[in-house]
Write a protein that binds this ligand. Structure first.
Ligand SMILES: [Zn+2]
Length: 176
C-alpha cells in the first residue's frame, strides 16, 4: 500500500474513473483498492470538524517548512504556537566622508540626516524568508530604514503581521 498514486482511466459525464498504482507500475488489486476506499471513507466522513483539523495540520506543516530556513530568527514552540522573537536590527553609522544625505523614517516619518544623526537602523536584513518572501521592494530599501530601534521593530512587526495574515497563520504564530 506504500506510495500508491491514483491515475485517471476515463472521464465522462459521471465524473472521473480512477485506479491506484504502485511506483513500480503494478495496479492495485480490487480487494486492496476497496479496502483503501473504505479506509478513506472512514477518515474523510468525520464531518466538518475534520476540515479545520486538516487546515491546521497543513498550516503547521507549511510553517515548519518556512521556519526551517530562518536562521536569523529565534523561534520557540510552546502551547501549540510558534513564538517568534523580533530580531535585533543592524545599526548603520553614517559615513561622514561621503556627502550628506537624509531619509524619512519608514515608521514614524521623522527625517533622519547625516548632518544631525549618527546613523539609522535597517530592517531588511532580518526579514523572514528565502523560499518565501515577505514583501518589500528589493530595489528600494527606503521604507526599511528606521530612526530608532523602536521604529525598526514597528516596521518589522507590521510586515510580519501582514505576512501572517496573508498566510493565514494567525493561530500559530505569536511575536515576542
Ligand atoms: Zn522613526
Amino acid at each position: 500500500m506504500k506510495d500508491l498514486t491514483w491515475l485517471v482511466s476515463k472521464i465522462d459525464k459521471d465524473g472521473s474513473e480512477l485506479y491506484l498504482r504502485a511506483p513500480n507500475g503494478t495496479i492495485c488489486d480490487r480487494k486492496e483498492a476497496l479496502m483503501i476506499i473504505d479506509g478513506l471513507k472512514r477518515f474523510y466522513n468525520q464531518g466538518e470538524k475534520l476540515d479545520e483539523e486538516i487546515e491546521n495540520f497543513n498550516l503547521k506543516n507549511k510553517l515548519r517548512e518556512y521556519l526551517s530556513v530562518m536562521e536569523h530568527i529565534k523561534v520557540e514552540f510552546k502551547d501549540n504556537q510558534y513564538h517568534i522573537a523580533v530580531p535585533s536590527f543592524l545599526f548603520v553609522k553614517f559615513n561622514l566622508d561621503k556627502r550628506h544625505w537624509s531619509f524619512k523614517c519608514g515608521f514614524c516619518g521623522r527625517k533622519v540626516s547625516s548632518k544631525t544623526d549618527e546613523g539609522y537602523y535597517k530592517t531588511y536584513n532580518v526579514k523572514i524568508g528565502r523560499n518565501f518572501t515577505w514583501k518589500h521592494q528589493e530595489t528600494d530599501h527606503t521604507e526599511d530604514r528606521a530612526c530608532s530601534k523602536g521604529c525598526a521593530r514597528g516596521i518589522w512587526l507590521d510586515d510580519a503581521k501582514q505576512w501572517v495574515k496573508e498566510n493565514r497563520l494567525n493561530k500559530l504564530i505569536h511575536f515576542v
